[in-house]
Design a protein around this ligand. Structure first.
Ligand SMILES: [Zn+2]
Length: 337
C-alpha cells in the first residue's frame, strides 16, 4: 500500500494534466525499529481557503486494511477521471478533496490495530467522555499491553499530529467541511456515524446533518447505510474527530462541519467465509478478491453524493434560525430519545 501510494504520488508530480490540480505531500515519516514509514496526502482541486472540503482518511486502525484500500481505490478513480472528465475538472474548481489513505502505516504493515507505540490512534486525543463508557473498549490508560490504549496523558501521537496539522491547514477557513474516516469491524451493516463519541448530547451541526441525510435519502432511497450518532454504538474517550471538531469550532464558529465515520460491517464477510477468522487479516476485512472489489464499488455512490453535496452545499447547509430549529427537532425525534 505504501508503495502504491508513492507510485500515485510520482505520477501526479510528473508533467501532465494532474500537476496543477493535485498536490502530493509527505506529511510525516514514522520511524519504527529503524525503518521509515511515510504518511502521504493528496490534495485535489480548489486552492481557495474558504472552498468546501471533503477530507477522507483510512487506515487509522492498521488491521482494518479495507479502509486504506477503499481510500486508495477512490483516489485512483478520481485521478483517472480528472484526466478526461471535464465535468469533474469543473467540479474541482469549486471544491477541495483531501485524501490521507493510510494514517497508520506502521500498524498496516505489521497487521496491528494500534501504531508502533501500541496506541489506539482513534482514542488518543485529550477529550474525556462525560457519559459512561465501556470498560477498556471506551479507551484506557492502564497499560499498553491491553487493547484500546490511549497513550500517555496529553501526548498526541505523531500520526495524529500530522493529521491535525494537515486538517487545520486545509479546513481552517473553509465554510463547509465533511470528513469521512474509513473503518471496519462493527456489525452486519455499514454504518455512518456522526458525533459525538464523548457524550450522548447532540452536536452543534445536527440540523445540517439531518438536512444532508434527508437529501441523501431522497436521492438514493435504497442506499445501504445506517446513519446514526456514534453514541448509539458506544462512547469513547479520546476520539480524535471529537477533538478536531471542538478545536475547529473554536477558531471558525460559523463553519458547517460534519465529521463522519464509515464503519463497514465486517461480520457479513466472516459469515460468508467463516474460515477467515483464522487468517491474519481476521475479522476486519473481505479476504476474497471479488468481495474486496464489491466493497470498492459499494461506496462509490456515497463518495459521489458527498462531492456533489459539497458543490451544492447551500441547498442543505444554509437555513435561517427558524428552519434550523425545525430541523433540530426532527433530528432529535429521529436519532435521540
Ligand atoms: Zn477502526
Amino acid at each position: 500500500m505504501i508503495k502504491d501510494l508513492a507510485k500515485l504520488g510520482k505520477m501526479v508530480k510528473q508533467d501532465g494534466p494532474l500537476k496543477n490540480l493535485v498536490e502530493f505531500e509527505t506529511l510525516s515519516e514514522i520511524v519504527f525499529k529503524g525503518d521509515h514509514y511515510p504518511i502521504y496526502s493528496f490534495t485535489i482541486g480548489s486552492k481557495s481557503p474558504d472552498s468546501p472540503t471533503l477530507f477522507i482518511t483510512g487506515g487509522v486502525h492498521g488491521i482494518e486494511r479495507v479502509g486504506a484500500q477503499l481510500a486508495w481505490s477512490l483516489l485512483k478513480t478520481t485521478l483517472d477521471r480528472l484526466l478526461w472528465d471535464r465535468a469533474h475538472q469543473e467540479l474541482f474548481e469549486k471544491i477541495r478533496l483531501v485524501f490521507i489513505p493510510l494514517v497508520n502505516p506502521v500498524g498496516y504493515s505489521k497487521f496491528k490495530r494500534s501504531n508502533g507505540n501500541d496506541v489506539d490512534l482513534m482514542r488518543n486525543s485529550p477529550v474525556v467522555a462525560i457519559d459512561k463508557t465501556h470498560f477498556l473498549l471506551g479507551g484506557q490508560r492502564l497499560s499498553k499491553h491491553l487493547p484500546w490504549y490511549q497513550g500517555e496523558e496529553n501526548v498526541i501521537e505523531e500520526e495524529n499530529n500530522a493529521l491535525y496539522v494537515k486538517f487545520f491547514k486545509t479546513c481552517r477557513e473553509s465554510k463547509c467541511v465533511i470528513s469521512v474516516d474509513f473503518h471496519s469491524g462493527f456489525g452486519m451493516k455499514d454504518r455512518l456515524w456522526f458525533p459525538f463519541s464523548y457524550t450522548k448530547s447532540p452536536f452543534d451541526n445536527l440540523p445540517e446533518m439531518y438536512s444532508l441525510n434527508r437529501l441523501f435519502e431522497q436521492t438514493h432511497p435504497y442506499h445501504v447505510y445506517r446513519v446514526e450518532p456514534q453514541s448509539k454504538g458506544y462512547l469513547l474517550n479520546g476520539d480524535i474527530w471529537d477533538y478536531f471538531y471542538l478545536k475547529l469550532k473554536e477558531v471558525n464558529p460559523t463553519l458547517i462541519f460534519l465529521p463522519l465515520t464509515l464503519e463497514m460491517g465486517s461480520w457479513i464477510w466472516v459469515r460468508k467465509n467463516p474460515l477467515q477468522i483464522f487468517s491474519k487479516q481476521g475479522m476486519f476485512n473481505p479476504i476474497k478478491e471479488h468481495r474486496l472489489k464489491r466493497t470498492y464499488r459499494r461506496h462509490n455512490l456515497l463518495f459521489d453524493f458527498l462531492l456533489k453535496a459539497l458543490y451544492s452545499n447551500s441547498v442543505w447547509s444554509e437555513s435561517d434560525s427558524q428552519m434550523r430549529n425545525k430541523l433540530q427537532k426532527m433530528a432529535l425525534d429521529k436519532w435521540y430519545e
